[in-house]
Design a protein around this ligand. Structure first.
Ligand code: NAD
Length: 324
């Protein structure tokens, strides 16, 4: 397959693995890159910039293909030395960065002077246009279906993607609700140059999380996600478990919710423990509506090959037949 994204990133298929806290380790990113997509290490999963440098080296020893690093700038419990993480990425010679959360403008001079391509993840067209204006090379347009932080506008990809195609000049990825060949073909049809998948890659053999978490997502339906932190304007879509329900119950109480009321339930350290132990009610974990379409645990190679084959079949037969 050839799109502006495959050409620009030097990858075989227009499939990118999104940054995922605690999941984007070298095992995950290298498996996706080796299968012809773009794997992404999650910067903040490494607890210091020095550890990120080691993880980048570890990933390099596992794949000769391009991979990227995600830098997410959102509220955190502990302050993060973002500039040091950005410098570690540059010093390690990584050539692609995915930024997310806040406007990446403060980091662009550093990344651009190092010849790094920047993909900014946006949940609205206004943010995508801003990313284009400040010099990002491409954006990932994240619809309301997505896992993690969908923003506060609640617009789905059926609207966001054609709007992005109409208004943006730079290439863009469709993100949120993608996990099969139908999604890839649809994203290309709506003007995207490729897809970004997070949740679907969590349910692969190489994803470094407990089998019980993967199995739970296989069993889940499209109704098994919850939106938390709505009251804090930091909305996150997570798997619907007892902890997510407790958070929603606290947020539903009269009066203003303080983050401190939720902190002990949602802290990332507990999410990490959940992924390590398979204790499904230890904390919260990000998951998108695509869980409703996931029903197996393939390798990344099997998954990517299957998505590409299905998309090609749809484009070459179903769509051609519709107009012939
Ligand atoms: P953490 O342990 O610092 O915080 C846990 C959660 O609480 C995070 O979702 C965070 O955004 C939220 N939070 C923290 N302080 C807050 C505040 N003052 N007000 C409102 N919400 C607050 O975070 P972590 O689990 O170690 O994750 C590190 C970073 O990665 C966070 O910024 C988190 O948002 C981000 N993340 C992003 C995604 C995604 O889908 N893009 C998924 C998981 C985590």
């Amino acid at each position: 397959m050839r799109t502006r994204i495959t050409e620009s990133l030097g990858i075989e298929f227009p499939i990118v693995q999104g940054g995922m806290q605690w999941v984007g380790l070298a095992e995950m990113a290298s498996a996706v890159s080796n299968a012809g997509g773009l794997g992404i290490l999650t910067g903040l999963t490494q607890t210091s910039p020095a550890e990120l440098v080691n993880e980048i080296e570890r990933c390099r020893s596992m794949t000769a293909k391009p991979f990227a690093v995600n830098l997410t700038i959102l509220p955190t419990i502990k302050p993060i030395p973002y500039q040091d993480y950005a410098q570690a990425i540059v010093d390690s010679g990584v050539k692609i960065v995915e930024t997310a959360g806040r406007n990446p403008e403060p980091f662009l001079p550093l990344f651009k002077s190092a010849g790094i391509k920047v993909i900014h993840k946006c949940t609205s067209i206004r943010h995508a246009l801003k990313a284009e204006k400040i010099g990002c090379d491409m954006v990932s347009v994240d619809g309301f279906e997505c896992a993690g932080h969908p923003g506060e506008d609640d617009v789905t990809n059926m609207i966001l993607l054609p709007l992005a195609a109409k208004r943006l000049k730079i290439p863009f990825l469709a993100s949120g609700g993608l996990g099969d060949g139908k999604g890839l073909a649809a994203a290309l049809a709506m003007g995207a140059d490729g897809i970004n998948m997070g949740t679907r890659f969590m349910v692969t053999r190489e994803a470094p999380i407990h089998e019980k978490v993967k199995q739970k997502m296989v069993e889940a339906t499209e109704l098994d996600t919850s939106l938390i932190y709505r009251t804090l304007s930091n909305t996150a879509r997570v798997f619907k478990n007892s902890v997510a329900q407790q958070v929603i119950d606290i947020e539903s109480r009269p009066g203003k919710t303080q983050f401190e009321d939720l902190q002990s339930l949602v802290q990332g350290a507990k999410g990490r423990e959940l992924f390590d132990t398979g204790d499904l009610d230890k904390g919260i974990w990000s998951a998108g509506m695509i869980v409703g379409l996931i029903d197996d645990i393939p390798t990344c190679h099997e998954l990517i090959s299957r998505i590409v084959a299905e998309a090609e079949e749809i484009i070459k037969r179903r769509l051609i037949e519709a107009v012939s």
